[in-house]
Every structure is written in structure tokens, then in C-alpha cells.
Design a protein. Sequence first.
Length: 185
Amino acid sequence: MEPDSRHALLVIDVQQGFDDSAWGRRNNADAEANIARLVELWRSAGAPIVVVRHDSTTAGSPLRPGQPGNDLRPGIAGDVLITKNVNSAFYGEPDLDAWLTDRGIAQLTICGVTTNHCCETTARMAGNLGYDVTFVLDATHTFDREGPDGVTVSADDLARATAASLHGEFATVVSTRDLVRASGA
């Protein structure tokens, strides 16, 4: 699986605001390093990189435009910036599906924040739209969440649930190491 002109990397919501401890305990301390490895792999191959930024409309959110938390983390840049205010990158501006279709892109590799929200939602939609999707689980991270029963579900358990839900149905779930190895890099 080598990146090429028909295989885009989607880097979702890798923003300063997710460094805020208000989100709670997070998993996968290696996510940013793994995302950087993928970005470098795509850049070195000259393959397309799509950067997605969440522009929150919620008052007080660190992800609101104009807040420092809305800024992308250093090193995150691509061929196009999609801005959105919902979970799926396919409901952003410019239109992601049209941008990909215009370039003949049929394969997507997804990484970013958060595993079980914007990354998973985008992967599900991409699969439903007919894209060949690879989901790089260790190049994502998420946060502990309290369920409706008041029980906290750990970020690690949420990530495992995302992997189990996506794999074989909407995407192929892989590790950064295995993807890099498969690319021959």
C-alpha cells in the first residue's frame, strides 16, 4: 500500500485545542509522532494530503475560530484545508467528496483526533461513499467518556471499539508500523 496520486492521507482535527486537559484523560501518547510519520511518508511520495480542521460553533470551545486552540499543531499542512463544524469531514468546506473525485482519488488513509468521533465518522462515511479506507488506529487518540449510565469508558476501550466496528466493514484497521512497512519506506 504505497501512497500515490490516487491515495490521499486525511489528517483530521490535529489542533492545539486537543492539548487542553479539559477533555480528560487521553490515550495513545504516540499518536502525534505516528501522524508525523504518515505525513512525512505522503510528502516524500508526493501524494495528496487533506487536512481537516474543526471550527466549533459551541461557545467556550477551545476549537472555536479565533481561539488559539483552533490552530493546527505545528507541521500539519496539506494540499487542501477542509473546515467543518460537525463530526464528518464530508460535511465541510470545500466539499471533500468533490475534491477527491475531481482528482481521481479512490483510496483514503485516515489519522487524527478523536478516534471515536471525527475520525470514525469520516471513515464510516468514506466507506459508504465507496472509498477504499485504511484507518491507522495508533495515529489517532481519544479521551475517556462517561456513558449514559454514569460509568466512564476508557479511551483505550473506546479505541478498541472503534477498531472492531470499522474493521472489515468500513475500513481496514492497521498500525503505523505495518502501513509504513507495506509502503516499502
